[in-house]
Design a protein around this ligand. Structure first.
Ligand code: HEM
Ligand SMILES: [Cu+2]
Length: 635
């Protein structure tokens, strides 16, 4: 399909380009508010943190290849598994998916940017600094070492002196600012910025998944923030929230952590499921079966995921009746997940399969995620859970869910949207090789963990004695991890190769159904010369969409004066009025840097510096929010 620009004449396009394009310079690099640049940065930075977490995993697997090995000390092993888990969850999975969201949500809903572009830039800088803040502790031997869920009393200052856990609590509080800002931005963007005609029941499934995720973040993250703030106060000032001797409660940590932590599993997996629903139509040549049911399933998961947290605590001695409740709730949540799986299977059965790399990763996702779901349903039964808790069986389970539910969809998304993001096609053969190595490597690494887990091998041990039936299988896992690593390297090679040598991508190489495929690859700074009018669930397959941007498109959808994009109503997507979007600004970076100073000062107990940083933060926020001249000029 050719570029649907006929409705905007050359003068319009010139003015749009002038108003939206940022000239390449150091200054614009530091001040950009373009959601596409920010989205790309999220993807690259999260990819970098993934590499660090992956190298940590390889080190651990090398240590565990044989019994009694001494490549790593127990202290190093503790820091590596904690940083691996914490980084995979907080610095890779969520930010990577937010990166896709940032790049794609405005394009998929036919808008020219996110609702709050400067907040978006701020969120990225905070993410970058918080990630560096946490990783920087590792070379000093001061990285978090209490596991990714940092249970007290092990993490109290008596049992874990040093900065380790302060890096954890402060790092996650810092990062939480970014995640919260991003979530608010996604919700407002999806509700107010959709192209005219895109009523809620025409919103792409990927956008639904991002919105549901954002709501989960808003409700779940405060529990983690409070938990971390209390732990910091306990450790630094003896506040005693988790200290029974001071009237505190040890289990309070676990409850608050998992009130966040279980929804967080879905915060990670849900956008992955959204990617799957976005990729399938292009490679099955039909819409996802049962759109309303899939939307209901997404919403149901978002709600039920808040009622299952105690299944992570079946071994701590809860009141008997709560076992029944949490066991039942944990079983019920498999139903909406199952609905989505059946919707995808039906889509594949009824469609015409085009077996390209993105679809291979989707199939790999279904196989792996379903296996992870099966062991998950086993844990929902309290008696079984109590037998295998804290064994490698659990490690096997959650890697099936997380590698299956997040990594595979992310890889599918990388191949699927690479042409849109970079304007270049990837090499298909290289993609297939990467898929098979990643898929085989994943199962060779993690399947044996079910076995040696059942044979009694506990998680989080830095070594083990020979002769317990664990040796051979551990070696298999390690070999698998290296195969997986080679596969992931091939993904990287593929991306670099595409950017350097790939052939130029047409606007719509796959025949996708959502709006991002109706504009150029890569999209111009203003995304759409004419904001399309949407008439159905699959706008790019609908001739009326192209018509709506052709000759006769009205000025209220071209908006070439200034940086403007339309606002629409939340439910029906009725045109309300154009809004002026902010220009590039240095304040987001300044604010994020000041926060970095604040958290570093708190870490090293330089309280006067921290107080000064708070004052600068307040000043910058005030300057940022001060009503400018433009606010009055709005019509
Ligand atoms: C890519 C290949 C991966 C390998 C080879 C790998 C390997 C490992 C190993 C060896 C451990 C430590 C087990 C122990 O000593 O108890 C571990 C723990 C963990 N991994 Fe991975 N992993 C991989 C990917 C991922 C991904 C993609 C995620 C999440 C998105 C993830 C999340 C975790 C978590 C949360 C832990 C638990 C850390 C803790 O016990 O506190 N891993 N992984
Ligand atoms: Cu859970």
């Amino acid at each position: 399909m050719d570029t649907p620009a006929a409705g905007a004449d050359p003068t319009d396009r010139e003015r749009l380009a002038e108003n939206w394009t940022e000239r390449p310079s150091l200054r614009s690099w530091l001040t950009t508010v373009d959601h596409k640049r920010i989205g790309r940065r999220y993807l690259v930075t999260a990819g970098f943190f993934f590499a660090l977490a992956g190298i940590s995993a390889l080190l651990m697997r090398t240590q565990l290849a044989n019994p009694g090995s001494d490549l790593l000390s127990p202290q190093q092993y503790n820091q590596l598994f904690t940083m691996h888990g914490t980084a995979m969850i907080f610095l890779f999975a969520t930010p990577m998916l937010f990166g896709f969201g940032n790049f794609l949500v405005p394009l998929m809903i036919g808008s020219r940017d996110m609702a709050f572009p400067r907040l978006n830039a701020f969120g990225y800088w905070v993410f970058l600094f918080a990630g560096l803040f946490m990783w920087a502790s590792l070379p000093f031997g001061a990285a978090p070492n209490g596991g990714w869920f940092a249970y007290v009393p092990l993490t109290s200052v008596q049992d874990s002196p040093g900065l380790h856990l302060d890096v954890y609590t402060l790092g996650l509080l810092f990062l939480g600012i970014s995640t919260t800002a991003g979530a608010i931005n996604f919700i407002v963007t999806a509700l107010k910025m959709r192209a005219p005609g895109m009523s809620l029941n025409r919103m792409p499934l990927f956008v639904w998944a991002i919105v549901a995720t954002a709501f989960m973040v808003i409700f779940a993250l405060p529990a983690l923030n409070v938990d971390n703030a209390m732990l910091f106060l306990d450790r630094r000032f003896g506040a005693g929230f988790f200290d029974p001797a001071a009237g505190g409660n040890v289990l309070l940590w676990q409850h608050l952590f998992w009130i966040f932590g279980h929804p967080d599993v879905y915060i990670i997996v849900m956008p992955g499921l959204g990617i799957v629903s976005a990729v399938l139509p292009a490679f099955t040549r039909r819409g996802v079966v049962g759109y309303p049911l899939v939307v209901l399933a997404i919403v149901a998961i978002a709600i039920i995921s808040f009622g299952v947290w105690a299944h992570h605590m079946f071994a701590v001695g809860l009141p008997q009746v709560s076992y029944g409740f949490f066991s039942a709730a944990s079983s019920i949540i498999t139903i909406p997940s199952g609905i989505q799986i059946f919707a995808w299977l039906a889509t594949m059965l009824l469609g015409r399969l085009v077996l390209r790399t993105p679809l291979l990763f989707v199939i790999g996702f279904i196989v792996t995620f379903v296996l992870g779901g099966v062991t998950g349903a086993m844990f929902a039964l309290t008696a079984f859970d109590q037998q295998v808790t804290d064994s490698y069986f659990v490690v096997a389970h959650f890697h099936y869910v997380l590698v299956g539910g997040a990594l595979f969809p992310i890889l599918a998304g990388i191949y699927y949207w690479l042409p849109k993001i970079t304007g270049r096609m990837y090499a298909e053969r290289l993609g297939r090789w990467a898929f098979w190595l990643v898929f085989i490597g994943m199962h060779v690494t993690f399947f044996p963990m079910h076995l040696y887990g059942l044979f009694g091998m506990p998680r989080r041990v830095y070594t083990y004695p020979a002769g317990l039936d664990w040796d051979g299988w551990n070696l298999v896992s390690t070999v698998g991890a290296y195969v997986l690593a080679v596969g992931l390297l091939l993904v990287l090679v593929g991306v670099v190769h595409a950017v350097r040598r790939g052939r130029p991508a047409p606007p719509d190489p796959w025949g996708g159904d959502t709006l991002e495929w109706s504009t150029d690859s890569p999209p111009p700074a203003y995304n759409f010369p004419v904001i399309p009018r949407v008439h159905s669930l699959h706008p790019t397959w609908d001739a009326r969409t192209a018509e709506s941007t052709g000759p006769g498109a009205t000025a209220d959808r071209i908006l070439s004066a200034g940086r403007r994009t339309p606002l629409t109503s939340e439910l029906d997507g009725r045109y309300e009025r154009p809004v002026e979007m902010p220009e590039a600004s240095g304040k987001p970076l300044v604010l994020a840097l000041t926060l970095l100073v604040l958290f570093t000062a708190l870490l090293f107990a330089w309280y006067p510096v921290a107080a000064a940083a708070v004052a600068v933060v307040a000043g910058t926020v005030a300057g940022w929010l001060w009503p400018g001249r433009r606010a009055e000029a709005r019509t």
